[in-house]
Design a protein around this ligand. Sequence first.
Ligand code: HEM
Length: 243
Amino acid sequence: MSVRVKGTDTAIRIRWIPRYTALERYLHWGHTLTFILLTMTGMVLFFPFLAPLARGEAGQFMRLVHRISAVLFAAVPISYAVLQPRRLLLTLKELRFGRDDLGWLKGAIPYYLLGRHVDMPPQGRWNTGEKMNAVILVSGTIIFVITGALMWFGKGVLPVGVFQAAVIIHDLTMFATVSMFIIHFYLAVAHPLMWQSLVSMRYGVISESYAREHHAKWYYGEERAKKLYEEAKARAAAQGKAD
Ligand code: HEM
């Protein structure tokens, strides 16, 4: 695809690389929407200063929206497993952490705050931060489903201690997942280095140059990506000495 540079006659060619299937994108937005509804209604039930909204008809409405959203929220991973099981397995395999992820943790602050590209080791289709986000959300979803079901069907049936434990774990999971969601939202929507991640979740593709820079292990393969990274580091060190 060619794109004309604004205000000039120059055109640049962009090669787009598929990153997400259409189903993955629909499920991502479905999970996001239901998560936001669950957070809003959950907060009404949690925070004492919102208590007036949790009483009477308003409270019934909040609880109904929470339950309907919860069913749709749980349906997202189930739909993925049923409709694209092989793709789900591939994604889960890619979420495994390794020694290379320590490099991302070390390079994250210089890279994301100071734009120091040379400090960021090559990443796979998911970088370490994206993997951490996915792991917290996947485990959070499982914990929400279990504790939410206990609260939904266990009131008056379960021993009080078990019911209260479910409520506390449900609340703590909300704090963990909402914190991760805020970081994820900021990086995807506002961070200048990451804007193409939002493009990929909208259209399913990323540009070749973005793939090379942000997901080199996926684009080049592990060995070549590491070689190029070491060469870039050596060049930067030599340049630093020369300056
Ligand atoms: C499948 C997922 C979920 C299920 C089945 C579920 C179910 C429930 C149920 C049945 C309640 C009790 C409502 C009542 O008082 O009648 C509840 C409360 C609550 N939920 Fe969820 N929920 C889910 C996901 C979430 C998510 C994603 C969040 C926020 C990120 C959340 C936050 C809360 C909070 C804060 C409360 C109030 C608990 C309290 O009283 O301290 N829930 N949930």
